[in-house]
Design a protein around this ligand. Structure first.
Ligand SMILES: [Zn+2]
Length: 124
């Protein structure tokens, strides 16, 4: 039985699994609070101006409880996979929460929850 990691470490473990599984570079910060412009949000992604070049996008997740933080993380990670695949969200509907995004978010969630990802990620 693997030992139960603290939330922050567990999120970084899921992050290493996700980056490896989708072969997608990203950075993660687990935060006590998010910048003012994200007030009311549980997470966000900061893309470099030169995306898809430049530093990998930065996921910032508010540290709430473990399952909520993980759910938020997977949502934000899906934004990154979506932007590499389908282009940057600027001008896309629903602030990037369009049909193309929803397909990717669904793929990420299904892989994690129903296709063994949660267990696999324990080895990362
Ligand atoms: Zn979103």
């Amino acid at each position: 039985m693997p030992k139960r990691l603290p939330t922050r470490e567990r999120l970084h473990q899921i992050h290493r699994w996700a980056c490896d599984t989708w072969d997608t570079p990203a950075r993660l910060r687990v935060e006590k609070r998010l910048p003012k412009e994200y007030k009311g949000c549980l997470g966000c992604v900061e893309f470099p101006d030169e995306f898809p070049k430049g530093l990998p996008p930065l996921i910032r997740v508010l540290k709430t409880n473990r399952s909520q933080s993980a759910e938020t993380y997977l949502h934000e990670f899906a934004h990154i996979v979506d932007c590499y695949r389908n282009g940057f969200a600027e001008g896309r509907k629903h602030e990037g929460h369009d049909a193309a995004f929803r397909n990717v978010a669904h793929e990420v969630l299904v892989r994690f929850v129903y296709e063994g990802g949660e267990a696999e990620s324990l080895d990362f």
